[in-house]
Design a protein around this ligand. Structure first.
Ligand SMILES: CC(=O)N[C@H]1[C@@H](OP(=O)(O)OP(=O)(O)OC[C@H]2O[C@@H](n3ccc(=O)[nH]c3=O)[C@H](O)[C@@H]2O)O[C@H](CO)[C@@H](O)[C@@H]1O
Ligand SMILES: C=C(OP(=O)(O)O)C(=O)O
Length: 435
């Protein structure tokens, strides 16, 4: 088990917090650098475990990496050591994170073959990769899965564009297929494509590199293959999951917090979903201002029935923020049903919140009903273990609001996705230390 956070809860926080560059965008963008032998400069890269692991993998691939400053790197994949992907080292490194799966598309497009161990990432239920391989096979790749070594491989002398109807709007699946299709022959149409902002960012970057992608932001992407891609510069968006988490943190700790430079126009339904829990938040320029609130009241549906917050592919509500919604609801006034449709093992952490005094009924692996305590009795500090990246942050927020001390173990899960989270929380008054 990795490190531990010690938290003294129950304090009001105050001040400004700036979201890091987006983790899940960074993972897509970093994989795309393999598509060209020219220089790509990327800014606002978050300094977090998953991203740093992917940068290390690129280095082992032979990619030249220059650090220009904090979160600012230049990459040049002009002398790639392809032998690395067949090595035991890659088998181990690639399996440590989920995002590495998106190396497949660029490898296949540029080198005609690709290998990947079963990727890592959160253990939050089944996480099938069928959509990725369906797309590659439709583009003409030969697919093989060696189940004794958990190794996927793909081969294609040439990729040929075609109309692909995805079984599901997979985020990393769409990114992977797009990155393969940009160098394929002819036109690829991807229907039922995921269209979240990070994928839009990827497509825009690829276009700056010379790709021809249209339909960006919709669920029908049209990609006219080109022979070669060139260099570019790219800046990562702020992380929308962090932004949502800080809204939740402010409400749970009754704190006045300004979240800086949030890129509001890319936040979709996130601000309004928190408003439905009764949390006041204001757009101020490109910041979100959350006043200190002693109470927040969950809205009902128009017909008076209990509010449901559920996830859906973009522009629906991201599943990565449902753990935060759940924790924030524990101190709201009213009742909400949290319905996690995509992942089947992401709600089990409610047991820990129940131990802390929260009123939650886990209806089944996908649904939990939360009856808010209206801040009439605080959660109680306790010893917790972070089960996954987002539940880990949700428990951290619960601990910051709780009466007494808490310990959170296994914080490697939190460090996977949040840059210097303890330092940034201390800067707004939180009592949190690494022990
Ligand atoms: C590295 C990265 O970027 N990870 C994100 C990415 O994971 P990832 O790309 O792995 O997730 P997918 O979009 O493929 O799918 C997520 C889950 O939802 C299911 N599904 C998906 C689409 C759909 O139309 N119907 C459906 O049921 C899938 O079967 C799967 O269980 O997107 C997820 C969904 O936003 C996020 O939680 C992850 O943080
Ligand atoms: C589930 C997540 O990450 P990963 O896909 O990397 O496991 C997440 O970012 O919430």
């Amino acid at each position: 088990m990795s490190g531990t956070f010690k938290i003294k809860g129950g304090k009001r926080l105050q001040g400004e917090i700036t979201p890091q560059g987006a983790k899940n965008e960074a993972l897509q963008i970093l994989c795309a650098i393999l598509l060209t032998d020219e220089e790509i400069r990327i800014k606002n890269i978050p300094d977090i475990h998953d991203v740093n692991r992917l940068i290390e993998i690129l280095g082992d691939f032979g990619v030249k990496i220059t650090k220009n400053g904090h979160g600012d790197y230049t990459f040049k994949a002009d002398a790639v050591n392809f032998g690395y992907v067949k090595s035991d080292g890659f088998r181990e490194d690639g399996s440590k994170l989920r995002g590495s799966i998106m190396l497949l598309g660029p490898m296949l497009a540029r080198f005609g073959e690709a290998y990947m161990p079963t990727p890592g990432g959160d253990k939050i239920g089944r996480r099938r990769l069928d959509t990725h391989f369906q797309g590659f096979v439709e583009l003409g790749a030969e697919f093989n899965y060696d189940d004794s070594h958990y190794l996927y491989s793909l081969k294609a002398k040439e990729l040929q564009g075609k109309f692909i109807l995805l079984e599901e709007a997979s985020v990393t699946g769409t990114a992977n297929i797009v990155m393969a299709a940009v160098l394929a022959k002819g036109r690829t149409s991807i229907y039922n494509a995921a269209c979240e902002p990070y994928l839009q960012q990827l497509c825009k970057m690829l276009n700056r590199m010379g790709a021809q992608i249209s339909g960006i932001g919709s669920n029908l992407l049209i990609i006219d293959g080109v022979q070669k891609l060139g260099g570019t510069e790219h800046t990562m968006l702020p992380d929308m999951v962090e932004i949502g988490s800080w809204i939740g943190l402010a409400a749970m700790t009754k704190s006045e917090i300004t979240i800086k430079n949030v890129n509001w126009d890319e936040l979709g339904v996130i601000p309004n979903t928190f408003r439905k829990l009764g949390i006041m938040l204001e757009r101020r320029g490109d910041d979100i201002y959350i006043p200190a609130q002693d109470n927040y009241k969950i809205q009902k549906f128009i017909d008076g029935s209990i509010l449901t917050v559920s996830d859906a592919p973009w522009p629906g509500f991201t599943p990565d923020l449902l753990s935060i919604i759940l924790v924030v609801a524990t101190q709201a006034q009213g009742t909400v049903l949290v319905h996690q449709k995509m992942f089947e093992s992401r709600l089990f952490f409610v047991d820990k919140l129940i131990d802390m005094g929260a009123q939650i009924i886990l209806c089944d692996p996908h649904r939990a009903t939360v009856v808010g305590l209206n801040h009439e009795s605080p959660l109680r500090g306790t010893t917790l273990v972070s089960p996954d990246i987002r539940a880990g942050n949700a428990l951290l927020i619960a601990a910051l609001s709780a009466q007494g001390d808490s310990l959170i173990h296994n914080i490697e899960q939190i460090d996977r996705g949040y840059e210097n989270i303890d330092g940034r929380l201390r800067a707004i008054g939180a009592e949190i230390t690494r022990v």
